[in-house]
Design a protein. Sequence first.
Length: 294
Amino acid sequence: METGQALLQDHVDMRLVINDADKHQADRKTIVQLDRDHPGFRDREYRARRNQIAQIALDYKAGTTIPDAPYTDQEHEGWGEIWEALEPAHRKNACAEYLECVKRLDLPKNRIPQLSEVSGKVEAISGFRLEPVAGLVEPRVFLESLANGVFLSTQYIRHHSTPLYTPEPDVAHEIIGHAITLADERLAEINRLVGEAVKRTTSAEMMERLSRIYWFTIEFGVLRENGQVKAYGTGLLSSAGELEIMHGADLRPLDLDAAAYQEYDPTTYQPVLFCADSFDDMYNKLKNYLVNWN
Ligand SMILES: [Fe+2]
């Protein structure tokens, strides 16, 4: 599996890395549960650092400055490798609005930026801010927070031995995918509208439909730009591998009613993508759909 697939137990698919029982264990040093096949499973230092970073989120009080995570030199180097793979893929496959946001935010490529500095820059542009979470949270909690202009972000980075692969969303996906797109005013507005629609959602069936809308747009959306297919979805934008092969997917016209019922497998590259006619088309269709959601 490669970075993008990683994305897939994404925010809306929720495989809890940290469960409630663990949170309340007397020994909080063991709060992070990694699968045996996780690249960092046998690395005690990595696991200790993951626990430290999880603790930052558990202690975090909304609205306060996010404490810095203790990343190592190897992890900072891994961030550089991720960008090295992504930059050419972005130039070729990312939509213009995303490339503009990359310039606007001007994030460091040679070190992992701290959530506090990224959050400050994004908030100054679109009003959205980041808040740390220890691991995946309930879909409703995650999506509803968007209504308040808050993106709940993990803070740990993938294991340094696999810079282009992560079995779970990490800070690279959160920043390179979500935070950068949240610096676009219209994408930020769509994120807020998703949150507001979730707040008006009462049934589990409707919640599922909205989660699929989120998946096929904010996570894996593509659009046409000067006749070419470009990505605006965060899962694509944070995966060099999936950006390269997305052109081979079954590209369907953006039909949100169809997307709401389209099944997906979060553990593989996406075989079906919904393609808007343009950025304006994506924005207008999503806005109209979400505003009228009830
Ligand atoms: Fe995501």
